[in-house]
Design a protein around this ligand. Structure first.
Ligand code: C2O
Ligand code: CU
Ligand code: CU
Length: 488
C-alpha cells in the first residue's frame, strides 16, 4: 500500500497539511474495488457521457423525472435511482444570462426536491429554494435566472431534502450543469467525468447505511465514472482535452492523478485561476469540481484516486471507524496513440478574481464542527453538530447583513474532516490551519481537516434570502450538520 500520509497530497482547495496517519487497515478488505483482472467482463468499456441538453435563445427547459430504475452498472442489473432513466442524469448546459426551467417530477417513493449546487442564483421562491418539499408523485416547477456575469465552470444538481439526501444521491440522483465560458478555451475535445461511488448487493440492490456508516459517512465499494467502471478513453498525442470532473460521492474524497500526462487546472468549483496551474494531483472533497485541461502524450495512463486520510469517527466505537478512502483505485484508462496533433493556442488569461482580503469586514463569526456524544443517532453514536446544535428547520442559525463581507473561522474539533458547503455565495479561503493562503482561492465546498481551522471570507451579495450551509458528507448533513442562514 502506498504512503497514506496526507503530507504528499497537493495542498489545494482548503485541504490542510495535518499528517494524521490512518489506523485500522485490514478492516476494509471486503470493500475493495474489484480490479480489472479479477472482475473480468466489467471493465474497459468505451467511455460514455450522459445526454446533454443545451439552452437555445437564452432558455433551457427540462423535464427531470426522478424514479427507481433498473440500470446496468459494472455488468450487473441494479435497482438504482435515476433522473430520466440515466445515471448520471442529463447534463444541463447553459450560458451566463440564461433562464433554466426545470420541472421536477418526483417518481420516487419518498419526498425529494432539487438543488443546483454552486450556482449563484436566488435562494427564494421557485429558484434554488431549500425549503421546498416535492412529495412522492408530485411535481414542482423550478426556474433559475443565471446572472449575466455568472462565473463559467462545472456545477451539479442533486436532491436536497433533509434526511433523504445521502440515500438519494448514493442511489444515483446527480447530474452536471455546465456554464459555458464567455471566451472559449481552445481544446480538441471536451469530456465530463461525474465520479460517484456505490455499493451493490448480490441481489442487485443498493444497501442502506448502517448507523456506523452514517457516522463516518458511507462510501461505496465501487467508484464509477459516469456510471461506468473503469471506462477507456483515447486521444492523439498533442491533443488538448477539457475535462470537467464532479465529485458526486456522498462521502468519498478523490485524490486524482493521471501520471504520464500533463494536467493543467483552470479552477476548482466556480473559482478560476487567473493563469492555469500545472498540477500532479487534484484533491476533491465531496461536492467539489475540477475544470481541467489534459494534454496527451503518447502512452497509456490510468486515472487513479489515491488514498486520502479523512480521519475517523472511531476510537469511541467497537469496531473502530468506517471511513475508508484508503485504497488506491483505478477509475479510467487513457490511451494516447496515433499521429501527433498540432498544439492548441495558448489559454486565454482569465479575468482577475476579486480579493476579499483587501475589503472591509462587516462581521466575524465562528462555526464549530463537532461530533457530539448521544443525540439522535442512538447509544454510543456521535451526532454531527455545528456550534453544538443539530439542524432545526424552524431555527435561523446565522443572520448576516445583505451586501456585506463577513469573515468566518471554521473550527473542526472532531477527528474527521468536514467539507463545508455554503449555498448561493462562494467562499474565499484566506487561512488554513493558522497559515495565511497567499493565492486567490475561491470554492463553494471548503474542506476543514480534522482538528484544524480554516478561515474564509464571503461577500453576501446579489441575492438576499434564506438558505443553508452544511457538511457535504451527506450523511452528516442528514444527521444534523447543517444550519440556516438568512441574508437581509
Ligand atoms: Cu451539494 Cu447543499 O449541496
Ligand atoms: Cu449546494
Ligand atoms: Cu462532516
Amino acid at each position: 500500500m502506498p504512503d497514506i500520509s496526507r503530507r504528499n497530497a497537493l495542498i489545494l482547495g482548503g485541504v490542510g497539511v495535518a499528517s494524521v496517519t490512518v489506523g485500522g487497515t485490514g478492516f476494509f478488505i471486503n470493500q475493495r474495488l474489484p480490479t480489472s483482472s479479477s472482475s473480468g467482463t466489467i471493465s474497459g468499456n468505451a467511455f460514455t457521457e450522459p445526454v446533454e441538453l443545451r439552452s437555445s435563445d437564452g432558455v433551457l427547459t427540462v423535464d427531470l423525472e426522478s424514479s427507481p430504475q433498473r440500470v446496468s452498472i459494472a455488468g450487473r442489473d441494479v435497482n438504482a435511482l435515476s433522473y430520466n432513466g440515466g445515471l448520471p442524469g442529463p447534463t444541463l448546459r447553459v450560458r451566463a444570462g440564461d433562464t433554466l426551467n426545470v420541472k421536477l417530477n418526483n417518481g420516487l417513493a419518498d419526498p425529494s426536491n432539487l438543488h443546483v449546487h454552486g450556482l449563484h442564483v436566488s435562494p427564494n421562491d421557485n429558484s434554488d429554494n431549500m425549503f421546498v418539499t416535492v412529495a412522492a408523485g408530485e411535481s414542482f416547477d423550478y426556474q433559475y435566472t443565471v446572472p449575466a456575469d455568472h462565473p463559467p465552470g462545472v456545477y451539479w444538481y442533486h436532491p436536497h431534502l433533509h434526511g433523504f439526501v445521502a440515500e438519494q444521491v448514493f442511489g444515483g440522483l446527480y447530474g452536471a450543469i455546465i456554464v459555458e465560458d464567455a471566451e472559449e478555451i481552445p481544446a480538441d475535445r471536451e469530456r465530463l467525468l461525474v465520479i460517484s461511488d456505490i455499493t451493490i448487493t448480490s441481489g442487485g440492490n443498493i444497501p442502506s447505511a448502517s448507523p456506523m456508516d452514517e457516522m463516518s459517512g458511507r462510501e461505496g465499494d465501487l467508484v464509477l465514472v459516469n456510471g461506468q467502471l473503469t471506462p477507456h478513453l483515447t486521444a492523439q498525442p498533442g491533443e488538448r482535452e477539457r475535462w470537467r470532473i464532479v465529485n458526486a460521492s456522498v462521502s468519498r474524497y478523490l485524490r486524482l492523478r493521471l501520471d504520464g500526462q500533463q494536467m493543467t487546472l483552470l479552477g476548482i468549483d466556480s473559482g478560476r485561476f487567473e493563469a492555469p496551474q500545472e498540477v500532479d494531483e487534484i484533491l476533491l472533497a465531496p461536492g467539489n469540481r475540477a475544470d481541467l485541461l489534459v494534454t496527451g502524450s503518447a502512452g497509456t495512463a490510468t486515472l487513479r484516486t489515491l488514498p486520502y486520510d479523512r480521519g475517523s469517527a472511531g476510537g469511541m466505537m467497537m469496531g473502530g471507524d468506517t471511513s475508508r478512502s484508503i485504497e488506491e483505485i483505478e477509475l479510467a484508462t487513457f490511451t494516447v496513440v496515433g499521429e501527433n496533433v498540432d498544439a492548441q493556442p495558448t489559454i486565454p488569461r482569465q479575468p482577475a478574481q476579486r480579493d476579499l482580503r483587501t475589503e472591509t469586514v462587516n462581521a466575524r463569526r465562528e462555526l464549530v464542527f463537532a461530533m457530539g456524544m448521544g443525540g439522535g443517532m442512538g447509544a454510543g453514536m456521535m451526532t454531527p453538530t455545528i456550534n453544538d446544535r443539530p439542524f432545526d428547520a424552524s431555527r435561523i442559525d446565522t443572520t448576516v447583513q445583505f451586501d456585506s463581507v463577513e469573515e468566518w473561522l471554521l473550527t473542526n474539533t472532531s477527528t474527521l474532516d468536514h467539507p463545508l458547503h455554503l449555498h448561493v455565495w462562494p467562499m474565499q479561503i484566506i487561512e488554513q490551519d493558522g497559515q495565511p493562503v497567499d493565492t486567490l482561492l475561491w470554492q463553494d465546498v471548503v474542506n476543514i481537516p480534522a482538528r484544524s481551522t480554516t478561515r474564509v471570507r464571503i461577500a453576501f451579495e446579489d441575492f438576499s434570502g434564506k438558505t443553508v450551509y452544511h457538511c457535504h458528507i451527506l450523511d452528516h448533513e442528514d444527521n444534523g450538520m447543517m444550519g440556516i442562514i438568512s441574508a437581509n
